[in-house]
Design a binder for this molecule. Structure first.
Ligand SMILES: [Mg+2]
Length: 242
């Protein structure tokens, strides 16, 4: 049961990024918003910033001192530590621009976050994401990793992982990812809403914790379900909209 390959996002999955960015909003614009009111993944909409202000804001958001100061999400460090001890291979796949790599690695190191590799992926096709042409992953390269499941908070990215690569996703519950009404039943069946790392462990635990024989191999079944359109995880996301 060792050596499972697991995709883990960083922002708002491992790190309390939106909370940090709300503090930055206060420093730059002298106002705050509640996390619960951030209904859009697009910070321009959730923070009510026009394009020019958003560009300025993100420039500050990607500064080293901001990145290294973000707090980890509760349970994240412990979970990756345990998975590493069990021999699983965690690959971090972040949508942060490649120019944030050094600060991101410093942050991971300072919190002792176990991982095999860190990759930058242009998840949303943003202009100027990688103007320096630094090393970065292309979306189609995700297929090469053999990921058995992923932990994400971006609904758009989660849907791509499921529909293009047949990777079941533990979707960290956030105000900006709750509108799943337009997704197909097959996609929703492989999107497991989790309210924290405890829930990721319990929902994906059979595979990730190495006790599949006792509990049933949820992830392997999830993968088969993506291909067949039937899933033991069906309904996991239903009722999750609040
Ligand atoms: Mg994220």
């Amino acid at each position: 049961m060792s050596g499972r390959r697991i995709y883990v996002d960083i922002d708002d999955v491992l790190s309390r990024t939106v909370e940090s960015l709300i503090d930055l909003l206060e420093r730059l614009h002298d106002r705050r918003v509640d996390v619960s009111d951030c209904h859009h993944f697009d910070l321009g909409r959730s923070f009510d910033l026009d394009d020019e202000s958003l560009g300025h804001f993100m420039h500050h958001a990607h500064a080293d001192e901001v990145i290294v100061s973000i707090e980890p999400v509760e349970g994240a460090v412990e979970t990756l530590d345990r998975w590493s001890a069990l021999g699983h291979r965690v690959t971090l796949v972040t949508g942060r621009p490649p120019r944030t790599r050094e600060a991101s690695l410093r942050w991971l190191d300072s919190h002792g976050i176990e991982h095999e590799a860190l990759h930058h992926l242009d998840k949303w096709n943003r202009p100027s994401w990688n103007e320096q042409d630094l090393p970065a992953l292309r979306f189609e390269e995700i297929a090469d990793f053999g990921f058995e499941f992923a932990v994400e908070d971006s609904l758009e990215t989660a849907v791509r992982l499921i529909e293009e690569f047949e990777i079941p996703v533990a979707l960290m519950d956030r105000p900006w990812n709750r509108d799943v009404g337009l997704l197909s039943r097959k996609t929703r069946a492989n999107l497991v809403r989790c309210r924290g790392w405890d829930e990721v462990t319990s929902r994906f635990g059979a595979a990730a914790e190495g006790n599949a024989a006792a509990e049933g191999n949820a992830v392997a079944e999830g993968n088969a379900a993506v291909r067949s359109g039937t899933s033991p995880l069906r309904g996991a996301d239903e009722g999750g909209e609040r």
